[in-house]
Design a protein around this ligand. Structure first.
Ligand code: XIL
Length: 357
């Protein structure tokens, strides 16, 4: 155990708390799983297939989460690279890891504009409908007993605009492809929670408010047609220095969904670092706020079904786009542990949010 981990032991944290110090000054906590389990809160992380072969990486998941989301292993590009030829090896290994450690598995994702070339090359409605149905049916049915929530449609809107993306599904089936996808997934597993996952719904900006409005409209239509949507996924990839959470408008969005009987899920929480140098006021402490506040707002205003971070440790994590942004403060996307596997204050933010539930 290294020094910082040792300092993170619970009794010491209590001492700090008694001394009246703020959470940000306290040593980081040991791991979030016990807390999440105690609150019956689904707390998860994205995971890569190779993580389960690495004892140090896998221990971080075991210590912290009761749910995992295969980061890429369930995407169409991974499961059906060629028409009708399915491969599930890496996804199966993650499902087995979850079972062994008594974790739930969140499925990501069934219908996304990023498809294998053979899908994007389809030119007519019937062929795409048949391909969609076969894909959804195969994947969802296979994991019926092990995956209980699915991002059915991922990123239906443009990244920085409130318009529906011109993906291959929409080109041939029209806007109704969203409803069709949900109905197909529901048919394959009537018990799974079905999610519509989108970017930027938690952030401040008029364009993102328009995205919220567009998503609400889509959900309203689904609900009106009795399409079984369980939640909207708020990806929550934050870019400190460039954008921030909008507690008021995000809160109203979550509350409106709740009024319609639809939950919210924080699905891909992380932070980039390549815009940091634009915000001179930023110090490492706000990571606690970035990671904590979005969960708190969702829990207080919406029907929060769970929260997932998009990676556990930067040591095994994904590169940020540093090259295109000279002077950026780090090279990896910010997770709960840094490149030395030392805990970050982001853990404290999440801890505070779950404790308050
Ligand atoms: C990303 C993964 O993190 C990368 O490893 C992969 O190369 C591309 O996809 N929104 C999503 C996720 O819904 O699937 C994306 O994941 C990140 C943005």
């Amino acid at each position: 155990m290294n020094r910082r981990r040792f300092l993170a032991s619970v009794p010491l944290a209590l001492l700090y708390a008694r001394a009246g110090q703020t959470l940000a000054q306290m040593p980081p906590s040991a791991g979030l799983r016990a807390l999440a389990d105690g609150k019956s809160f689904r707390f998860g992380s994205a995971i890569d297939a190779e993580d389960v072969n690495n004892p140090i990486a896998s221990q971080l998941y075991i210590d912290n989460v009761n749910s995992i989301t295969p980061r890429n292993e369930l995407k169409w590009n991974a499961t059906e690279k060629r028409p009708g030829v399915f491969s599930f090896g890496p996804a199966d290994r993650l499902v087995a890891f979850a079972r062994k450690n008594n974790m739930r598995v969140y499925g990501h994702t069934l219908v996304w504009y990023r498809t294998p070339d053979w899908v994007s090359a389809i030119t007519d409605a019937e062929t795409i409908r048949v391909a969609m149905n076969r894909h959804i049916k195969q994947v969802v049915t296979r994991y019926k007993r092990s995956i209980d929530a699915w991002d059915v449609v991922n990123e239906p809107l443009e990244y920085d605009a409130p318009d529906l993306r011109n993906c291959v599904f929409r080109r041939h089936l029209g806007d109704d492809y969203i409803r069709m996808s949900f109905d197909m997934a529901h048919e394959a597993d009537p018990d799974a929670m079905l999610v519509l996952n989108e970017t930027h719904l938690e952030k401040k900006s008029d364009v993102f408010e328009q995205k919220r409005a567009r998503i609400l409209k889509i959900v309203e239509d689904l609900v009106a047609r009795k399409t079984p949507i369980g939640a909207v996924g708020l990806q929550s990839h934050f870019r400190p220095g460039l954008d921030r959470i909008d507690p008021e408008r995000m809160g109203r969005f979550c509350a409106t969904l709740k009024d319609m009987g639809v939950g919210v899920f924080i699905t891909e929480l992380d932070a980039s670092c390549h815009f940091l140098n634009r915000d001179q006021s930023f110090t490492p402490v706000p990571y606690a706020e970035i990671f904590g506040d979005v969960i708190t707002v969702a829990a207080e205003r919406g029907d929060l079904k769970g929260a997932t971070v998009w990676g556990m440790s930067e040591k095994y994590g994904e590169l940020d786009e540093k090259d295109t942004h000279p002077g950026a403060a780090c090279t990896k996307r910010v997770n709960l542990y840094d490149e030395n596997n030392d805990p970050r204050s982001s853990i404290d933010g999440i801890k505070r949010a779950i404790e308050a539930m």
